[in-house]
Design a protein around this ligand. Structure first.
Ligand code: DC
Length: 271
């Protein structure tokens, strides 16, 4: 299936004029290294909360796949630039969930295009617009990636940084590839992940690092359901703390009364 054949749909952030006046959407950032479980968690959080979900890694993967399709080198901006233009015109949910984006070749290419500052800049505006005005008039957005909490949405309401041991991450990716009928050995997957970790963590622009205010969640030994419950617990605790803080501030200045607004935030999220 060729990327160029994808149809344009309405998978675009709502325009500002669509936004409900005064309604600020909740933004949840989920960052972490390859196969850490961040995508699974982010998707489940979005489902649970009824929010829009954006897999930002898939954006880099789509750019890499389009570059390879037109015979370009993912490490060269002059080859990648035309691919970005194709992707921007053809961005659809189908494109971002295409299993062909998960092949080892595209994974390697994605790590290379993601190291180009021009590519990061070109994708930044789309990601920010998605977070502020998610499609579908929903109450919030969950974005997963490497630099969501640090660069794309530094003001996100909640930030998670998801980790797992490198062996556990390689095991998960190996199983995923086998289910997709890719034939590769565990050792190759492990080496690929280590190489991509090294490139993603040491690149000069937006390296994979936990934001200072991120909650670090190690998913080694946790099932996806346990990871989700842990994350929901963090969200609930953070909003309860905000509620207490707001109530305390209001109590000392005006005798109380505004704590209800923060409580509504937690209630609105139904966590
Ligand atoms: O999360 P993933 O494995 O699908 O990401 C693919 C590549 O894109 C990976 O090498 C890291 C890069 N990436 C990034 O640099 N910034 C993001 N926000 C998301 C992904």
């Amino acid at each position: 299936m060729s990327i160029i054949s994808f149809r344009k749909t309405d998978f675009l952030p709502s325009s500002n004029t669509d936004a409900v006046p005064g309604a600020r959407r909740i933004v949840i950032a989920v960052d972490g290294p390859a196969a850490s479980g961040k995508g699974t968690l982010a998707k489940r959080l979005a489902d649970r909360l009824g929010y829009a979900y954006l897999d930002t890694g898939a954006l880099y993967r789509a750019v890499a796949m389009a570059t390879l399709e037109i015979g370009g080198d993912p490490a060269q901006w002059t080859d990648v630039e035309p691919a970005i233009n194709i992707i921007k015109r053809n961005l659809t949910p189908e494109l971002l969930s295409n299993p062909l984006l998960r092949t080892p070749e595209v994974s390697e290419g994605a790590s290379k295009v993601a190291a180009l500052p021009q590519v990061r800049q070109a994708l930044l505006e789309y990601q920010r617009a998605f977070a502020v005005n998610p499609p579908g008039y929903v109450g919030g957005a969950v974005l997963d990636g490497r630099d969501i909490g640090s660069v794309v949405c530094p003001d996100a309401d909640i930030k998670f940084f998801i980790t797992a041991s490198v062996d556990e991450r390689a095991r998960r990716r190996f199983i995923e590839l086998q289910q997709g009928f890719e034939t590769t050995s565990f050792e190759t997957v492990l080496e690929d992940i280590k190489r991509r970790d090294q490139r993603d963590q040491t690149r000069s622009i937006a390296p994979t690092l936990a934001a200072d205010d991120a909650y670090i969640l190690d998913t080694t030994g946790l099932t996806p359901a346990e990871t989700l419950e842990e994350a929901i617990g963090v969200i609930r605790a953070q909003f309860l703390a905000e509620t207490a803080e707001t109530a305390g501030t209001a109590g000392s200045s005006s005798g109380g009364g505004s704590g209800g607004a923060a409580a509504t935030k937690a209630e609105k999220m139904a966590v």
